[in-house]
Design a protein around this ligand. Structure first.
Ligand code: GLN
Length: 486
């Protein structure tokens, strides 16, 4: 049961082959059996999950079910869930129970999906390895000594190990696509504004976007169908109709133009990963797509730009966690000043503190123009690069990450090397574009991701391209060896 697609499970539920309660119990059992070694969940909502499974079974009998009704999923612990702890991977929110649901959570509830629990993540979504979590690192199911990527590493590990059917994630600079690449999954980061950010704890508001980690493009289409849409509670949410994402999956891709940016195949890319990505591109040629070289000249500026913009926004967003309004409060402060200092000092981990310090500095009087304003100007140049690319091609392709999953601890003391993990993903967030990562031929037994970037609101096109590839290959069906997981 645990290895079936959303569509297969939905038809099994309708045919009465199993109930949502059976399905939910099967996944809860797998979590019990395997998650001790993986640490992919922060909270397991067993009772609530079984209750929603019962409700889903009743709904299935009425014939008013959706594709997601009764399907067990997990939410990244950045999405607020009414009554269930939302920690954001931080000691700061270790005791936080949100009084309301994020819009994404509400939409899945309304669709009848079953939430199994909340997944582990880098603290406040800052990281590329899941090692900054207050709840400890997540282990990659393909190699337990390696990281799953981050910051949505818990969601990625849980889906890869079949501990849930699909999971939500968020992507500020690569946090859906990079863990998807490192865990052999399909990770979709929608266009900025396509999915509501209401109730999704903010890291860098102009970059954050919710999306999904799934085992296939078809499952990603099913997830996006639920998540996408205008939300009056999010002023940056896009007010435009939501297409039927399943409808375009099978479209012909012959004649489509694929652009390969020369900057994405240069220094820093593991040659074995490059070969694997090139093989996948050959597959697209066989499917009739036209491939041409393009250039995104400002690519090298994406990381430095992001590491001004994201810390600046986070320093402002995280000001609310002060021990008074939100978050951990220290014991016995002698005055207000000490309450702030110690609460924040104890509540935040090292990476979050580093970002707050950088961001506060970049925004301070005298430095604002030199750093923040400059970064915003470069951000525009990066978007313009994509704008000209999409005048020549329909999609842009390249590697998702420069290498495969690295060892736990290997890059933890070297922030700059860690930051380079997102070298091919960050520009997409700066421009607000949609992109998907799909698994291609592994290297040394470890998954590799191909990134497909589209123009604004072209999610259907991306899912179509991903799906056509998955029809002629089976990398996405590979499953980590379960005996290694116990
Ligand atoms: N790895 C990047 C960072 O540490 C991106 C994280 C994300 O997308 N949430 O900021």
């Amino acid at each position: 049961m645990h290895d079936k697609s959303i569509a297969q499970l939905a038809s099994g539920l309708r045919a009465g082959e199993f109930s949502s309660v059976d399905l939910t119990q099967a996944f809860l059992d797998r979590i019990e059996q395997y998650d001790g070694a993986l640490n992919s969940f922060i909270t397991i909502a067993e009772q609530a999950a079984l209750k929603s499974a019962e409700a889903a079974d009743r709904r299935l009998r009425t014939g008013k079910a959706t594709l997601l009704t009764g399907i067990p999923i997990a939410h990244k612990d950045i999405f607020c869930t009414d009554g269930v702890k939302t920690s954001c991977g931080s000691r700061m929110l270790d005791h936080f129970i949100a009084p309301y649901d994020a819009t994404v959570v509400t939409r899945f509830d309304q669709a009848g999906a079953v939430m199994l629990g909340k997944t582990n993540m880098d603290e406040f979504a800052m990281g590329s390895s899941n090692e900054t979590s207050y709840y400890g690192p997540v282990h990659n199911p393909w190699d337990q000594e390696s990281v799953p990527g981050g910051s949505s590493g818990g969601s990625a590990a849980a889906v890869a190990a079949r501990l849930c059917v699909a999971a939500t994630g968020t992507d500020t600079g690569g946090s859906i696509r990079q863990p998807a690449a490192l865990c052999g999954l399909t990770g979709l980061k929608p266009t900025y504004g396509r999915v509501s950010r209401y109730g999704m704890i903010a890291f860098a508001s102009s970059l954050d976007q919710g999306g999904s980690l799934t085992r296939s493009a078809a499952d990603a289409a099913a997830m996006l169908q639920v998540m996408a849409g205008f939300d009056p509670r999010d002023s940056t949410s896009a007010e435009r109709p939501v297409p039927d994402y399943g409808a375009a999956l099978e479209d012909e891709i012959a004649g489509l133009r694929i652009g390969l940016p020369k900057e994405y195949f240069g220094e820093g890319l593991d040659p074995a990963v490059a070969r694997s990505v090139e093989q996948a591109i050959d597959e697209y040629r066989r499917l009739g797509a036209e491939v041409k070289k393009i250039s995104l000249p400002n690519s090298a500026l994406a990381i430095p730009t992001y590491y001004v913009v994201a810390p600046a926004e986070c320093s402002s967003n995280l000001a609310r966690f002060d021990g008074v309004r939100f978050g951990h409060r220290c014991d016995d402060p002698k005055d207000l000043e000490e309450l702030y200092k110690r609460s924040r000092g104890e509540g935040f981990g090292a990476e979050v503190k580093r970002r707050i310090l950088i961001g506060t500095y970049a925004l301070s009087a005298g430095y604002y123009d030199a750093y923040y304003l400059k970064a915003q100007q470069i951000r525009k140049l990066i978007s313009d690069d994509f704008r000209s690319a999409f005048e020549q091609v329909d999609v842009v392709m390249g590697p998702t990450a420069p290498g495969t999953a690295f060892g736990i601890g290997e890059k933890a003391d070297d922030p700059v090397t860690m930051y380079l993990s997102d070298t091919y993903t960050i520009a997409v967030n700066l421009a607000g574009l949609p992109a998907v990562s799909i698994p291609v031929a592994p290297v040394g037994g470890k998954p590799v991701g191909l990134q497909i970037i589209g123009d604004y609101f072209q999610e259907s096109r991306l899912l179509n391209m991903a799906h056509r590839y998955q029809q002629v290959t089976d990398w996405h069906l590979a499953m980590p060896e379960m005996q290694d997981l116990g």
